[in-house]
Design a protein around this ligand. Sequence first.
Ligand code: ATP
Length: 368
Amino acid sequence: MFLKGNEMPENNIDLAVILGDGVGHDILPVAAEVIKEAAGVCGVEVTPTVYGYGAQRYLEEGSPLPEDVPALVRSLAEKHDAILFGSAGDDPRVPAGINCRDLLVGLRWELDLFVNLRPAPLLDSRFCPLKKEVPIDLVVVRENTEGVNVRMGGNFKKGTTDEVAIQEDVNTYKGVERICRYAFEYARAHGYPKVTMADKHGSLIHAHGLWKRVFWRMNEEFPDVEGEHYFIDTLCMDLVLHPEKFGVIVTNNMYGDILSDLCASLVGGVGVAASGCIHPGRVCMFEPVHGTAPDIALKGIANPFATVLTGRIMLDTLGHTRAAELIWGAVQAAVKENKITGDLGGDLNTKGVGEYLQEKIVELSKEQ
Ligand code: ATP
């Protein structure tokens, strides 16, 4: 749905499936089949190519990644239409630091994936930790390439009691404008009536002063979508008290990181939290929010919902709205019928949930 102008979605998707470290090995093969099924019943062929970068590659070949990571990123982007990534982090079977984190970070930066899209819809009130039952449908649009996360700065007199540490907060007009535009476009395309922007411009007068000016200017281009401003601290309180009041929330890299975890925990936590790293019109990367889950990795019991719902974001981003909706319908049905993994209170394993979802997708596609 973020195709520009008259562009039509392609009816085949060459998908790079990067298993990564840990639990990605359990989940990605299962999730890829579910995504393939949803696309397939809509006439879209998904051709996955599986890459085993990470700790497993280290065990088999002696290194987790090829030496030239930027070249690897370029070649993945040239060969594929989209990238589905498992997770990156330390694996207890190999020494610390042997993982595919460099590839994950490389993909985000080298491909200039400036949007980190993290929808957090509540599947069922039993997954919400709040006392009251309210509908929750949040979407955090996090700026993904700027802010304090660019690691500019340094330490002076490091390790002494006179140490000075400086961390720069980089905010550019271009960066703020494109993320605000994406948020308004997303809200318009998905039927959200407003976009909330969170900052702290009362204190961070320069950086967030820019956010404030650009956001309101951008709102003028989207008169059909209401703009709303919140200070980040007030927003955190209100999200817990009245999550039903919010929909699309746009914010900077650091606040987005924190806020999306808050939103994820309002709707069931890491097992269901999906995300996309997006640059409209380019090859994008889609990854679940959770990490490598070393405590349950390689046991076949992990919840595939986060990655399956990540596939929903991918299909939607590539313009395959119906296939994305089928995934959503199947996941909702799984929850209703208790076809879920142990972390959500069910008794199916990863594969069992995947098989249920595939069957449900076929069933739903016949009903529509
Ligand atoms: P990392 O260092 O890679 O981030 P972590 O253990 O610190 O790993 P997560 O991997 O996000 O962070 O795991 C946090 C908790 O959530 C763990 O108890 C893990 O088992 C659980 N968890 C994560 N992903 C899943 C999943 N897909 N299904 C079920 N439980 C999960």
